[in-house]
Design a protein around this ligand. Structure first.
Ligand code: 3HC
Ligand code: NAI
Length: 691
């Protein structure tokens, strides 16, 4: 027997153990021996029942994603499940860790499922731009009902063993010794005698379905899909399970799967899956890490409060420091209010809220930071203030404490030079709201010690962040590229577009909102203040700000907002202002199409990404994609700007950039050498963009 599938026998119960680290994915070298083992055991009189279990940290976590897009090697998972369903004796899946995707589908091929209390079960294929392709859409509804199955398959979110038991997905939940319990369960079933009905033949739950309620639920979910094909295909497949005979629904699921798996959206989402994991791989990641259990946060404003919550949510103790009792009280009160809202929404229990609040300690005295393992500064964006803070920390922080700045734009090397221990300092650039947003840019300064970087990268994962290591430059990867994306915004308006037209080009592309809606949400005063500090101007935005129109918070910005509403309404006065400014400059306005809007915003975005790669500020093109998808809402179905550049055709991007460069003379359009090489070679790695 192969080492990735091993068979044993205990008291007449055959035990099939899958052993394919790290997550027991169903690669060809598992499927083949698994099929052979099950075929042999089906006809083996010495086996009265079969238990399928896994070695290592988890039950099967799905198909092997690396095999997608390559020729399929037989037997496929579907054949294994079909074989399982012909077994006349009881078959039992013993589930620990995560039974996901093809893993759960394999378990659905068994008559019974016994799960460890800590196990999670789900069909997350939708997150890879797919639907369950091993019969999950037709079998799961037969166990848990169509409505529950639809929710699980379209969201892709796994459920706990307890919830799975209540829903009818698992037959027993055990607190310890899963394998022994599963063997006992299988033996009992065998002794009790059959017939054992495969899931495919269990139709009772499906017969209860209220089809019009199902369609309403599916329509609601489709609205949230925003241009993604997979959620809609998932809903269609589950509907087929209700309305078609089993084999027809199964065949239809297959067709939908094949279409998705060969499409660009799934390729993009699979790229992101590996890109996020790749981003965590940094030189020195295996070094001995420093211990971090208490974190100090300086500044309890918008960011400091959110960062403090992010750490408390990850179970770390937090000391929050402010300049006055009043500011501290305000900061702590906001944190408490946020937790209360979470409780009222049902996303946090009262007990968890109490526990988390118990992790906070407030102070106005720097010496209270002396026991912190990590200190994150989130004070005003002002170099002098930051230097003063880090100057003090040099004297107070304990030896080996890690010092971090949350600056958005400032030079982290210059900040590091203000401490006596630059090797301990780096940037931790969180995104607002910091307790919600997944992205963390970790800024490696010139003197940052490798184990400091490795410690913070690990810590980011502990608190549920997706971390990307970046280098020092103005705005790092994300905000620097954001400036490039927005640099044509006002020109587009002056030349003829409206804010609504620009935003629509963005939402049609798949962004959750366009740049003008985003500006109104964030507050136009922030950019205004920044511009003033840097001696820059923006003809239209500055005028809006001078009129006190800061966006949603003042009810007016690029759009109008009805009292308390977030829905933007076109503002004729803004449009008149744009026309007047264009006239002042002698610009004849013309119609500007969506294609031009994309060329003048997203092509510079890609171009700036290429320059960032060229300079080594980002180590990999895929790191940039991770930043943009997790921090700025770049549509996941397009895989991030650098992946999308390949889809859109890099040659075409270069050509259009050259065109706009000739037209405008603006540097933002000058194609980066790295982008030209990408256009020639078809891969960022070959263009020299990989670490
Ligand atoms: N195929 C191939 N490799 C996989 C994999 C999979 N299904 N799942 C995880 N891996 C790899 C990761 O790339 C990573 O590799 P690396 O160490 O070289 O970077 C390694 O396994 C460990 O993964 P994580 O770092 O993510 O480990 P965690 O412990 O944090 O998480 C997990 C484990 C929850 C299982 C997570 O890896 C996960 O969500 N995996 C994907 C699950 C999934 O999407 N399954 C469905 C696949 S599609 C399918 O089954 C189609 C079917 O319907 C036909
Ligand atoms: P904020 O103005 O909301 O909060 C700053 C807080 O720092 C205030 O409460 C102030 O009292 C406190 N503070 C000032 N000097 C201090 C000192 N010496 N000691 C202790 N506390 C002090 O500002 P915000 O938005 O939280 O920004 C903080 C930092 O985070 C800035 O560097 C900013 O660039 C960065 N940032 C901001 C983002 C945002 O969306 N607001 C996103 C990412 C980073």
């Amino acid at each position: 027997m192969s080492s990735s599938v091993n068979v044993a026998n205990e008291n007449g119960v055959a035990i099939v153990i899958i052993d394919n680290p790290p997550v027991n994915a169903l690669s060809f070298h598992v499927r083949k021996p698994l099929y052979e083992a099950l075929a042999a055991l089906r006809d083996d009189p010495g086996a009265k029942a079969i238990v399928i279990a896994c070695a290592g940290r988890t039950f099967v976590a799905g198909a092997d994603i690396t095999e997608f897009g390559k020729p399929v090697e037989q037997p496929e998972l579907r054949a294994i499940i079909a074989l399982l369903e012909t077994v006349p004796k009881p078959t039992v899946a013993a589930i620990h860790g995560t039974a996901l995707g093809g893993g759960l589908e394999l378990a659905l091929g068994c008559h019974f499922r016994v799960a460890d209390r800590g196990a999670k079960l789900g069909l997350p294929e939708v997150k890879l731009g797919l639907l369950p392709g091993g019969g999950g859409t037709v079998r799961l509804p037969r166990l848990v009902g169509a409505a529950k199955a639809l929710g699980m398959i379209v969201s892709g979110t796994p459920i706990s063993a307890g919830e799975a038991k209540a829903a009818g997905l698992v037959d027993a939940v055990v607190d310890s010794d899963l394998l022994a319990e599963a063997i006992r369960f299988a033996g009992e079933m065998a002794d009790r005698g059959g017939p054992f009905v495969p899931v495919r033949d269990r139709n009772n739950r499906l017969a209860e379905t209220d089809l019009s309620a199902f369609d309403a639920q599916a329509a609601e979910l489709a609205k949230k899909a925003r241009g993604l094909d997979a959620p809609r295909a998932c809903a269609e497949a589950v509907r087929n399970a209700i309305t078609l005979p089993f084999d027809e629904a199964l065949a239809a699921e297959r067709q939908l799967f094949l279409k998705l798996v060969s499409g660009d959206q799934s390729r993009a989402q699979r790229h992101l899956f590996f890109a996020e994991r790749e981003a965590a791989k940094i030189p020195g990641k295996d070094l001995q890490k420093r211990t971090v259990s208490r974190v100090g946060i300086i500044g309890a404003g918008t960011m400091g409060g959110g960062i403090a919550m992010a750490f408390a949510n990850g179970g770390l103790q937090v000391t929050l420091l402010e300049t006055s009792d009043e500011a501290l009280r305000r900061g702590l009160a906001t944190i408490e209010k946020n937790y209360i809202v979470s409780v009222s929404r049902g996303s946090l229990t009262e007990e968890a809220k109490r526990q988390r609040l118990g992790l906070f300690k407030g102070s106005t005295d720097y010496t209270d930071l002396a026991d912190c393992d990590l200190i994150v500064e989130a004070v005003f964006e002002d170099m002098a203030v930051k230097k003063e803070v880090f100057g003090k920390l040099g004297a107070i922080a304990k030896p080996g404490a890690i010092l971090a700045t949350n600056t958005s734009y400032l030079d982290v090397d210059e900040i590091a030079a203000s401490t006596s221990r630059p090797q301990d300092l780096l940037g931790m650039h969180f995104f607002s709201p910091a307790n919600v947003m997944k992205l963390l840019e970790i800024v490696r300064a010139e003197k940052t010690a490798p184990e400091v970087l490795a410690t913070v990268t690990d810590l980011a994962r502990r608190i549920g962040k997706v971390a990307v290591v970046v280098g020092v430059c103005h705005g790092f990867v994300g905000n620097r590229m954001l400036s490039a994306r927005g640099s044509e915004n006002e020109f587009l308006l002056l030349e003829g577009a409206t804010p609504g037209e620009v935003d629509k080009a963005f939402t049609d592309f798949g962004w959750p909102m366009g740049p003008f809606q985003m500006g109104d949400l964030a507050g136009l005063d922030i950019g205004w203040r920044n511009r003033k500090a840097r001696g820059q101007t923006a003809v239209i935005a500055d005028t809006l700000c001078e009129q006190g129109h800061f966006g949603q918070k003042t009810g007016r910005g690029w759009y109008r907002y009805e009292a308390g509403a977030r829905e933007p309404v076109a503002d004729p006065e803004v449009e008149a202002l744009i026309r007047a400014k264009a006239a002042e400059r002698g610009i004849a306005r013309r119609e500007i199409g969506a294609e031009e809007i994309i060329e003048r915003t997203l092509y510079p975005l890609v171009n700036e990404g290429a320059k960032i790669l060229e300079e080594g500020v980002a180590g990999r093109a895929s790191d940039i994609d991770v930043v943009w998808v997790n921090g700025y809402g770049f549509p996941i179905g397009k895989g991030g700007p650098m992946f999308w550049a390949g889809l859109a055709g890099a040659g075409n991007i270069v050509e259009r950039l050259e065109h706009w460069h000739r037209q405008t003379g603006r540097a933002i359009f000058e194609p980066a050498a790295m982008l030209r090489r990408f256009a020639e070679t078809g891969s960022w790695e070959s263009a020299g963009g990989a670490r």
